[in-house]
Design a protein around this ligand. Sequence first.
Ligand SMILES: Cc1cc2nc3c(=O)[nH]c(=O)nc-3n(C[C@H](O)[C@H](O)[C@H](O)COP(=O)(O)OP(=O)(O)OC[C@H]3O[C@@H](n4cnc5c(N)ncnc54)[C@H](O)[C@@H]3O)c2cc1C
Length: 383
Amino acid sequence: MEYFLNELQKTVRETARTIAEERILPVRAELDEKEEFPWAIMKDIADTDLFRVFIPEEYEGLGGGCLELCLVVEELSRACPGVAVSYAGSLLGSFDILKYGSEQQKRKYLPDIASGQRLAAFAVTEAEAGSDIGDIKTTATRTGDGYLINGTKQFITNGGEADIYTVIVLTNKAKGVRGASALLVEKDTPGFSFGRKEKKMGIRTSATRELVFEDCLVPAENIIGREGMGFIMTLGLFDYTRPGIAAQAVGLAQGALEAATDYARERIQFGHPIISFQAIQHMLANMATDVEAARALVYAVARSIDGGGKGLSKESAMAKVFASDTAMRVTTDAVQILGGVGYMRDYPVEKMMRDAKIMQIYEGTNQVLRNVIAIELRKKRVR
Ligand SMILES: Cc1cc2nc3c(=O)[nH]c(=O)nc-3n(C[C@H](O)[C@H](O)[C@H](O)COP(=O)(O)OP(=O)(O)OC[C@H]3O[C@@H](n4cnc5c(N)ncnc54)[C@H](O)[C@@H]3O)c2cc1C
C-alpha cells in the first residue's frame, strides 16, 4: 500500500532495509544462538546515520519523529527484532533528555547518541514494580554533593552495553508517585554496577540486565526536568515509544508472512504446491490483511504524534496491542504453514514465534494497555 512517505522517510526506510538484508539476515540465527549483543550491527547502523533519525538537527540529528523511528524499527525487525530493540532502546533512554532535558544535558549527551558512539537505556522496572511502576523502591537521597542512589532495576534493555541511563527513582518516598524523578547515570559512575544478565525466550541478541545502585552518587545537575516529574515523564515517554514496539511487531510479522508465503509456493504435497490448498491460502490472506491493518494503524498513530496530537495514550496503546497480537498470531501461523520444519531452528519462523511473545509483554502488557484503552472509553462517548 502507498503511504506517501516523504524523502527522509523513504531514505531511512531504504537504509534500514539494506542493513537488515545485508548485515542482519546472514547472522541473525548465530546472534540468537550465542545470545551475543550485536555490536557490529550497531556500528553499521551508526555509520549510516540511523541513530540520528530521532534527534533534532541542532544536536546533530536528522530531525525526524515517531514515524521515521517506526520505519527504521519495522525494517530492522523484519530481519531481527532483537537488533531492532537494541537500536530503539537508545531512543527510550534519550527521550526524557530530548523532551525535558536542560540545554546543557542536551549538548552533553544527544550528539553522542546521534552518532551512535554511545547507547542509551531507560530503567523504571524493579522486581516488585512491573506493571505497577508506582511501587518502585529505588531511592535517590539529596546530599550536599548531589543524589545518592540505592536500589536495583530489573529487565533493562541495553543494560551493561549502554553508556547513558535514564533511571526513575524516588527522590521523596513520602510523596509516592509524586515523589519520583528521572536521573541520568553514566556507566562508569562509582556505585553503579550490572547484575544478572537474563537468559530469554526470544530477542536473545538484545541485552536485558539488572542495574545495581549502591550509594551511587550523581551530580545534582543530572536530574532531568524537576523533582517529582518522574512518572508524568514516563507516561509521556511510553505514549511516544509504544508505536515503536508496534512497528517492531509489524516488521516481525511481515518477515514471517514472507517466509511462510515463499515456503508455501515451493513445498509440494499431494503433487501440488501447498499454496494451492485453500486452507493455506486463507491463512496467508488473513496474515497479510492483519499485517497491513497493523501497519496502517501504527503509521496513523505515529503521524498523529508527529503532527502534535495530544492525549494519544489510547491510540498508542491500541497500536501496540493490535500489532503485537498480530505478530503473535502471524508468527504462530507461519510455523504452522511450514509444518515440521517450521518447528526446527534451521528455519527462521521458529525464532520469529519466540521473538513475538515479548511484544505482548514489555512497555505495558497487553492486559494493562487494554485497561488504558478502556479507561478512555469510560471517560468519553465513542465516535
Ligand atoms: C525482555 C524485556 C525487556 C525489558 N526492557 C525494559 C526496559 O528497558 N526498561 C524497563 O524499565 N523495563 C523493561 N522491561 C520490563 C517490562 O516493561 C515489564 O516486564 C512489564 O511491564 C510487565 O511487568 P512484569 O514483568 O512485572 O509483570 P507483572 O506486572 O507482574 O504482570 C504479570 C501478569 O499480570 C497482569 N497484570 C498486572 N497488572 C494487571 C492489571 N492491572 N490488570 C490486568 N492484568 C494485570 C499482566 O498483564 C501479566 O499478565 C523489560 C522486560 C522484558 C521481559
